[in-house]
Design a protein around this ligand. Structure first.
Ligand SMILES: O=C(O)CCC(=O)C1=CC=C[C@@H](O)[C@@H]1C(=O)O
Ligand SMILES: [Mg+2]
Length: 369
């Protein structure tokens, strides 16, 4: 692969509706788009999932820009990329900064798929032509508002409902949801809001047939989740705790979880995602693709990875119109009867809308390679 230019774009988009979790509320998204150009004239696109504040992980838009400009892009100038799998190897000397690494690596995967005239899904080993879509419902002001929102999402066809919980907004809201919707596929995401003193409290959730409880304990924990899982009937799903395939191996070996939420940005890119996929598949640990309120570029990458066989649970891959008044890709991502079709055109299968991107741009900088 003959990459000769990388363009970083810091953009800002307003969310259609604020999104509240146990760690905060997002009203808009600042994030970085990565365009990788090759001598062939093709462009590959990636999107960083880092947000303004370091509240989900330690990265921010600012740290991304610094890491990309001062460390990751200079590294690429000194190395040769024969295949996208080489990128994460070249990035190994740099610790963590997984969101920044994934955005660049994802753009290179997209470029590679385009230059080989195959979809990103096929380049990754995808097997599905359409994926089931779940939706993540933020914390609401009241039970009534939550129940009406879920009713509305079910009417749109979503295959799985994920609700956010935290101390004081957990047992009662899950009980109310189950009373009104006894049969739906329902899961809860705690975003690290509990600790081992809450074991008996969380055991109360076991009677509501949740498909999983996501990340109940600390964001870097694997050991205590194993203790908690031994006390719960409900499967634990890990999100924030899993940064590498080694984390996933340890979690599986310790029995810390029975499901893994895969986020391409959290694990440093698609190559690591494939390793985690194959490990989970070999241990019969089902996966789903988590969301980070991505715009269309990042969402397109999520659709591609979700087409792999072990992604057996609907992910947080709602269509463009769930998040944005206008997405930054054309065509936008749409959902039919709770499914999104996996593009079979080259690369991520969606073109960047450069007019939209220029209108929402905060700053941009090109780098020659
Ligand atoms: O992208 C979506 O639709 C779901 C977003 C979502 O649930 C999250 C986004 C960012 C951080 C977290 O609060 C949360 C998650 O844990 O998945
Ligand atoms: Mg989560």
């Amino acid at each position: 692969m003959e990459i000769n230019k990388i363009i970083l774009r810091h953009v800002k988009m307003d969310l259609l509706t604020p999104f509240t979790t146990s760690i905060g509320t997002e009203y808009d998204k600042d994030f970085i788009l990565v365009e990788v150009q090759s001598k062939s004239g093709q462009s590959g696109w990636g999107e960083s999932v880092s947000i303004k504040e370091p509240i989900y992980n330690e990265e921010t838009v600012e740290t991304n820009w610094h890491m990309m400009r001062d460390h990751l892009i200079p590294l690429l100038r000194k190395t040769e990329i024969m295949h996208p799998n080489d990128v994460s190897q070249h990035f190994l000397p740099i610790r963590r900064n997984y969101n920044a690494k994934a955005a660049i690596e994802g753009a290179i995967w997209d470029l590679y798929a385009k230059e080989n005239n195959i979809s990103l899904s096929k380049a990754l080993g995808g097997v599905k032509e359409k994926i089931e879509v779940g939706v993540s419902v933020g914390i609401k002001q009241s039970q009534y508002e939550m129940l009406r929102q879920i009713e509305s999402y079910l009417g749109e066809g979503y295959k799985r409902i994920k609700v956010k919980i935290k101390p004081g907004w957990d047992i009662e809201i899950i009980k109310a949801i189950r009373k009104e919707f006894p049969e739906i596929a329902l899961m809860a995401d705690a975003n690290c809001a509990y600790n081992l003193d809450d074991i008996s409290h969380l055991q109360a959730l076991d009677e509501y047939s949740l498909t999983m409880i996501e990340q109940p304990l600390d964001c870097d924990d694997i050991v205590d989740h194993a203790i908690l899982q031994s006390h719960l009937k409900t499967p634990i799903c890990l999100d924030e705790s899993i940064h590498t395939v080694e984390d996933a191996r340890k979690a599986i070996e310790l029995g810390s979880c029975k499901v893994i939420n895969l986020k391409i940005g959290r694990v440093g890119g698609l190559s690591e995602s494939l390793k985690i996929h194959d490990l989970c598949k070999s241990h019969s640990i089902p996966m789903w693709c988590g969301g980070m309120l991505e715009a269309g570029i990042g969402r397109a990458h999520n659709i591609a990875i979700t087409s792999l066989s072990n992604f057996s649970i609907p992910g947080d891959t709602a269509p463009s119109s769930h998040y944005w008044s206008e997405d930054l890709i054309a065509p936008e991502i749409t959902m039919e009867d709770g499914y999104i079709h996996v593009p079979n055109s080259a690369g991520i299968g969606f073109e960047p809308n450069l007019d939209k991107i220029n209108n929402i741009m905060v700053t941009t900088q090109p780098f020659t390679i």
